[in-house]
Design a protein around this ligand. Structure first.
Ligand SMILES: Nc1ncnc2c1ncn2[C@@H]1O[C@H](COP(=O)(O)OP(=O)(O)OP(=O)(O)O)[C@@H](O)[C@H]1O
Ligand SMILES: O=P(O)(O)OC[C@H]1O[C@](O)(CO)[C@@H](O)[C@@H]1O
Ligand SMILES: [Mg+2]
Length: 445
């Protein structure tokens, strides 16, 4: 996170919208509400500090109680909704991500088993399912979702493409939905905000709570998004395969293309997990193809030196090379990317041939394989805990809010905060420094 951006935060950016007074006692029992505050647990009256270092906090020049803070996540003693009468909807939108089914399962389990909420509808195929054109929603019960965490994808289906917030709110009104959980990325969360705003405009007390989803890890103010670790772990397997190919052939060159539209976190982490990579190219660091410190010269030198070379490229790198060509947009309005992997493959091939280098290039594009797999154990735990935090927030009437984790603690974040900027690899930050140390590639910022 950029320090200047952090320093510009005001209390308004951090305020969580609440539907009204909390009047119903929470049914959580068995000591679930009785924990004292500890190093690991922030009580409901405490706040989570935004700043992680004394340096940033002291640059603000304000008393401690005026430092910017997040609302802690977790169960409240009093609820806004009466659990016995609460009706819930769940929708998954945008691209796939490992752990979507774990979150659905976690939401249903927490609602039913701890709060006693038994009416949970799964809307089908993303926001389309919140319109009359969508398929009939499906009842979700702890039994029906028991094993879904073992599968990748989403049992509810997903989609891209805009829907009218008025139409979606009308669906929620007709179905008497009190709480809508949106599991989705930046676009889905903007949609969730639109639904929350339209409900407010109509005077409908509907809580809209997001669980942020992105394999690209591009949502800000969250330590790490769920599914990211699984996705980069799967990506690292592809890198290892390409490394084996490259090392096993005279003049072997492995080129691996990975997802990462605007943020190169998958490429950076998968590289560090593999420890074999000679060059990583990400959208945030514009390294030219040509010149002494460019991509082509670096690969040629690496081949000369060690007899093989391995390159990882995030799909969003080098899109400026296609300037002047019309790429179009997907149904959600996201720009369709040009295929930088194939372009690099061709450029490398021509360059090494012209240089008279003996080489064998293997191009690996694991594509959707990194995001369609089931969540690993780490992400499974994280999904369950995020789902629990989202349910606590919703039952306490929080709306236009997402459940996140900041500096290891669960927090409730206003949606506008997490959609106004994008999390990206900082070319001057310690993650990119680690990558540069691991690859030995020329430094560009
Ligand atoms: N500004 C917006 N307002 C309302 N709805 C939006 C907005 N942006 C996107 N949406 C809707 O949210 C849904 C998902 O958006 P999108 O396809 O961009 O995926 P995403 O949630 O950003 O996930 P990811 O990019 O990680 O795959 C789509 O139905 C899209 O129409
Ligand atoms: O092909 P689809 O399903 O639109 O999704 C591709 C995009 O989704 C993401 O996985 C997440 O935004 C991007 O990295 C990728 O560009
Ligand atoms: Mg998106």
């Amino acid at each position: 996170m950029d320090t200047d951006e952090q320093l510009q935060l005001t209390p308004e950016h951090l305020a969580v919208r609440t539907l009204g007074e909390l009047t119903f006692p929470s049914p959580l029992d068995g000591g679930l509400l009785e924990r004292g505050e500890s190093m690991h647990y922030v009580g409901e009256h405490d706040r989570v500090l935004v700043d992680g270092t004394l340096g940033v906090a002291s640059r603000r020049g304000v008393p401690v109680e005026e430092l910017p803070t997040f609302e802690p996540g977790g169960p409240r003693r009093k609820l806004y909704f009466d659990p016995k009468k609460t009706k819930v909807g769940i929708v998954t939108c945008g691209g796939l991500c490992p752990g979507l089914n774990n979150v659905i399962r976690g939401l249903v389990g927490e609602l039913a088993e701890h709060y006693g909420v038994h009416s949970v509808l799964g809307f089908r195929d993303g926001y389309l399912g919140l319109t009359p054109l969508g398929a009939e929603p499906v009842e979700l019960t702890p039994e029906s979702v028991r094993w879904i965490n073992q599968q990748g994808g989403t049992v509810l289906g997903t989609s891209r493409g805009g829907q009218d917030p008025k139409v979606m709110v009308e669906t929620l009104r007709l179905r008497q939905i009190d709480v809508l959980f949106v599991i989705g990325g930046d676009g889905s969360l903007r949609g969730a905000q639109a639904i929350a705003d339209e409900s407010l405009r109509q005077g409908l007390p509907i809580a809209v709570v997001g669980v942020p989803k992105t394999i690209d890890n591009d949502i800000p103010w969250i330590d790490r998004s769920f599914g990211f670790q699984t996705a980069f772990g799967r990506a690292a397997e592809s890198i290892r395969s390409a490394a084996t190919e490259a090392r096993s052939h005279r003049g072997g060159v492995g080129l691996v293309k990975l997802m990462g539209r605007h943020s190169g976190f998958i490429a950076a982490y998968a590289t560090l997990a593999s420890d074999d990579v000679d060059l990583v190219l990400i959208p945030e660091v514009p390294m030219p193809l040509d010149g002494e410190r460019g991509v082509l010269a670096h690969v040629e030198r690496t081949l000369d030196r060690q007899g093989h070379a391995l390159i990882v490229v995030a799909e969003g790198y080098g899109q400026d090379m296609f300037a002047g060509t019309e790429g179009g947009a997907d149904p959600s309005g996201n720009a369709k990317l040009f295929d930088i992997g194939k372009k690099l493959r061709d450029e490398l091939g021509s360059h090494l041939t012209a240089a008279g280098t003996d080489f064998q290039l293997r191009y690996v594009d694991p594509g959707y394989a990194i995001r369609s797999v089931p969540a690993n154990s780490h992400d499974s735990v994280y999904c369950t805990r995020l789902a629990q935090a989202a349910v606590h927030a919703a039952m306490a009437g929080r709306t236009a809010t997402v459940a996140g984790r900041w500096h290891g603690r669960f927090v409730n974040l206003p949606i506008p905060l997490v959609t106004r900027t994008r999390n990206q690899v900082d070319p001057r930050g310690d993650l990119w420094l680690s990558v540069l140390e691991a690859t030995g590639q020329p430094v560009h910022v």
